[in-house]
Write a protein that binds this ligand. Structure first.
Ligand code: HEC
Ligand code: HEC
Length: 225
């Protein structure tokens, strides 16, 4: 039987490097597929409409929680409407691989082909998000903090891209819950081991946020169009 001990220190080094290169190459393949396929579809109005319609049909599976148009109808569930399509696809893919954990989302995502995920992403991203009402004083404070600490990645308009989520118009409860989760992962190594979602970048930012700042950020973002 093959044992790691048999190959010595140098061998182990090569083994783990190969493992790393191979697994990151798989991830790149997924991303390459996504960018190429999305490029083709978004430049062909007929293909775009077919993707949108197919996505709309499948979206009945999602409507119980995310609403039929992607404006969520349940507490703690994120809006998908107007979210960046490449980000949506990437997150569905993370649920499918188990990198991000949620019982229902993982069960659903596992059954989808890359094309199914893209149809859903195209459908939801093309819909309008309904912004929410928020306390103006809090939103103003949250806006200042956002400009200082978040806009560098999530964008001045908070409209996101493939890697950084759109945050404008996101549900207040989901924003608060998610920021607290990143903060907990940053500050509690034991719970981080069981974390449902890891992000070094977000943990670095969220680790030092106070409850007050989180509420203000969520007020600003959930009411921003
Ligand atoms: C039973 C409720 C439920 C159903 C049905 C459901 N979802 Fe979700 N979904 C959730 C919850 C809860 C989360 C947030 C998990 C978390 O906190 O990380 C989520 C997160 C997501 C995210 C990540 C969004 C983000 O901002 O990061 C995407 C994308 C998504 N769902 C797509 C779908 C799609 C597509 C379907 C239908 C095929 C679907 N969901 C069906 C409950 C549901
Ligand atoms: C250095 C880059 C960076 C900065 C700065 C940053 N973020 Fe993020 N943020 C990310 C990344 C990357 C993700 C996606 C993580 C993933 O893929 O799971 C993310 C995800 C999020 C999410 C989850 C979105 C969703 O739909 O699930 C929220 C909420 C969020 N960030 C809020 C903030 C706020 C508020 C700030 C400022 C206090 C901030 N971020 C600053 C990189 C950043």
């Amino acid at each position: 039987m093959f044992k790691l001990n048999d190959i010595g220190i140098a061998g182990r080094y090569v083994f783990f490097c190969l493992l790393f290169v191979c697994t990151s190459a798989w991830a790149d393949d997924d991303s390459d597929w996504l960018i190429a396929r999305y490029g083709v579809i978004s430049n062909d109005p007929g293909a775009f409409n077919r993707a949108y319609e197919t996505g709309r049909e499948r979206a009945t599976l999602c409507s119980y929680c995310h609403g039929i148009d992607g404006n969520s109808v349940k507490e703690g569930v994120p809006n998908l409407a107007a979210q960046n399509p490449l980000y949506l696809w990437t997150q569905i893919n993370h649920f499918a691989s188990g990198e991000r954990k949620n019982f229902v989302m993982q069960a659903l995502a596992k059954g989808f082909s890359h094309e199914d995920k893209l149809n859903l992403a195209i459908y939801f991203s093309a819909n309008k998000v309904r912004v929410q009402k928020a306390d103006l004083g809090r939103a103003k404070k949250g806006g200042i903090l956002y400009g200082r600490n978040c806009a560098g990645c999530h964008g001045n308009l908070a409209d996101g891209n493939q890697k950084f989520a759109r945050l404008a118009g996101q549900k207040q409860a989901y924003l608060e819950k998610t920021l607290k989760m990143f903060r907990m992962n940053a500050n509690t190594p034991n719970s981080a081991a069981k974390a449902v979602r890891r992000s070094k970048k977000m943990e670095a930012v969220a680790g030092s946020l106070t409850d007050e700042e989180i509420v203000n950020l969520a007020a600003f973002l959930s009411s921003k169009s």
